[in-house]
Each structure stands twice: as C-alpha cells, then as structure tokens.
Design a protein around this ligand. Structure first.
Ligand SMILES: O=C(O)CNC(=O)[C@H](CS)NC(=O)CCC(=O)C(=O)O
Length: 345
C-alpha cells in the first residue's frame, strides 16, 4: 500500500528535508577552515531551519539568534575544566553565538560525595568570578548548567545545591534554578547514583528568563523525566527549555533523545541539552550527544560522543506559527487533570 503524502503548501509533511548544513558567511567559513582549535573540536551544524513555504519570512536566517551547545568531559580538576569550557565558549563567540550552554557539572565531577563537597563553592566564589570575566570578555550570555553551589545554609547543612546559573553578556547573574528532582537511582550496569548524599533539592521553579534567543525555562538533567515541570515552565511563558545534563551510559542510549524530543513536541518549545560525555574518572562515564530540538521535534543540531560544540538558530516566528497550527494548549482538559492543563497565558 502506498501512503499518500498531502501536498498542501502549509502541510508539515510536505516541507523540504529538515536537516542541512548551514551556509556560513565568509568570516565564519574562514574561522571554520583556519581556526586551529576547531581541528580538535567536533563541530556539527545541522540547523537549516525548514518551514512550510507559506511560512517563509522576509528576513534571512542570518538574523536569527545563534546558540552554541558545549559538550565536555569534566573531571575532578577544576582548573582544567575551566580551561576546556572557556575555549569552547570563546569558539562559540567567534562563530557568532549570542548564548552558550554548558552542561551539568561543568565545574567538576567528583569521585565521591566527600570530594564533591570539598570542591564546591558559593556563587560569589572564585570560579563564578572567572565565568563572569569570560562572559564579559566574549560579550555573550552563558547557561552554566549545574554548578555545585554552597548555599546560604552551608554551615548548618554541609550539603550543596545543584544550581543552574544564567549570566548575561556583562557577566551578571540574572537567574538561578536549583535542581528540584534529585537523581537517586540504581540502574543495573550503570553504577548507583545517589545525588541526595551531597545535594539538597531546590525549593522552587524559576520563572523563564528573557535572553537574546528567547525566554528560557530552567531545568537540569533528571528533571527532564518529569513533564509536569516542562508544562509548568511553558505555561509561565518559556520558549526554550534547557536540560544541561550528565546522563548515564545505560539510560542515555535508551532515553536521552526520546525524552528530549517528547518534551519539545508536547511543549512546542525549543529544547537545548548540553551534555557531559566520556570518562570522568575511574567510576563514572556519561553519554554525550548534546542536542538542540526544535518545537516540531526535529533534532536541528547535535554533537557526537566526544567533546566539542554544535550550533543552532532559534526561530521564534516558527515556534509561534506552529503553536497556531497545532493549538494543543487550547485543547487541554484541566477539568480532568487539574492545573497542568491550563491554557498558555
Ligand atoms: O554528580 C554530579 O556532580 C552532578 N550531578 C549529576 O551528574 C546527576 C546526579 S548523579 N546526574 C543525573 O541526574 C543523571 C540522570 C540520568 O542519567 C537519568 O535520568 O537517566
């Protein structure tokens, strides 16, 4: 049997292929060809933004904000981790990104809870100071996806928060979100994870943050398994959901892409997920595969296993049109399942 594909001009099925290499302006091409660092980075750019022809916009896609997603292998060596992240952030700035995303535990990954606590710092500490300088020097926004934070209650609790920090392009902290769902799981073959040994769950969600790329809803890694959180963020106005992560090597191949694409499709948001990859120390490895998913559910940029970065353009007109064409938020039934079904404000 042959399935007919409707040929109507506004039909999403009839759109041109969704993936393609971007054609870069000459200075970016030069940077790609000549940038010595890029030879050691795996750079993948899959972000031609396809849309129905009826949705063609007059401005070129070069006007759309470009975001960079950085993938690293953090170790217990904080100074080395900073060097690696800073190199990627500088590369992102050279390539024209206005915002760079770093993964959960970009600062370090400790061997045990003792080491994790010993290496942690307050938000006002030396490491965040270095990132403030970096954001200022590069003139770009940073999503620092999971900082091991000694909070105000450190003296009493001797435990930390897993804190997602947003810095603007002058290096000021504009938002913080402390991971609310802690990963205490035992998956055969992956080694037990017990985040609550060192970490206190955050008390609240953070309202989406306005950035040059759009309104960002903040979450961290294991939070992606709770669609209630993503619905709450989109109801509060999020256009981009972020899941900086250090996903395990067993759950990664099975769940990572499926969960991220599901969150994008059901919320009709862009999803940006910067990931840890590779072996951090003798006891721990992460899955990698950082990606950007568009509100249709297409992966528009992705890294592979190793350290590097990928880039995507964020098209909020596309997001708005999609929400008009497929108005799921107007079809929800809060009478059946409570406040999670309230329409978008
Ligand atoms: O430990 C640190 O220093 C930073 N925190 C993490 O890496 C956390 C807790 S161990 N990792 C996850 O949430 C992975 C979730 C995951 O793999 C899944 O949901 O399948």
């Amino acid at each position: 049997m042959v399935l007919a594909v409707p040929s109507c001009r506004t039909c999403y099925l009839a759109r041109p292929p969704r993936l393609g290499f971007i054609i870069r302006p000459p200075h970016q091409l030069l940077s790609l060809l000549l940038g010595p660092r890029l030879r050691i980075l795996r750079l993948s750019i899959l972000c031609a933004q396809p849309r129905p022809r009826s949705m063609a916009i007059s401005s070129s896609s070069w006007d759309l904000p470009l975001v960079a997603v950085c993938q690293v292998t953090s170790t217990p060596d904080k100074q080395q981790n900073f060097k690696t992240c800073a190199e990627l952030v500088r590369e992102a700035a050279r390539l024209g990104a206005c915002l760079a995303f770093l993964p959960e535990a970009f600062d370090f990954i400790g061997r045990d809870p003792e080491e994790t606590l010993r290496l942690s710092e307050p938000l006002g500490g030396k490491l965040l100071g270095e990132y403030t300088q970096l954001a200022r020097e590069c003139g770009l926004w940073l999503s620092l996806g999971g900082f091991h934070e000694r909070g105000q209650d450190w003296e009493q609790t001797q435990k930390i928060y897993n804190c997602h920090v947003i810095l603007n392009n002058t290096g000021s902290v504009v938002a913080t979100y402390r991971k609310t769902h802690l990963c205490d799981v035992e998956i055969p073959g992956q080694g037990p994870m017990c985040e609550s040994n060192s970490t206190i769950p955050g008390p609240s969600l953070e309202p989406p943050v306005s950035t040059p790329a759009g309104k960002i809803g903040l979450a961290i890694c294991y939070d992606m398994r709770f669609p209630e959180l993503s619905l709450a963020l989109v109801q509060a106005g999020a256009e981009i959901l972020t899941y900086p992560s250090a996903f395990g090597s067993v759950t990664g191949p099975a769940h990572w892409e499926v969960l991220l694409r599901a969150r994008a499709i059901e919320t009709q948001c862009y999803v940006v997920a910067a990931a840890q990859c590779g072996r951090h120390h003798e006891k721990r490895a992460s899955y990698g595969h950082s990606m950007v998913v568009d509100p249709w559910g297409t992966v528009v940029a992705r890294c592979s296993e190793g350290p590097g970065l990928c880039l995507a353009r964020i098209d909020l007109n596309y997001l708005r049109q999609l929400r008009q064409h497929l108005p799921v938020f107007q079809h929800r039934r809060p009478d059946l399942y409570g406040s999670l079904g309230h329409p978008l404000s």
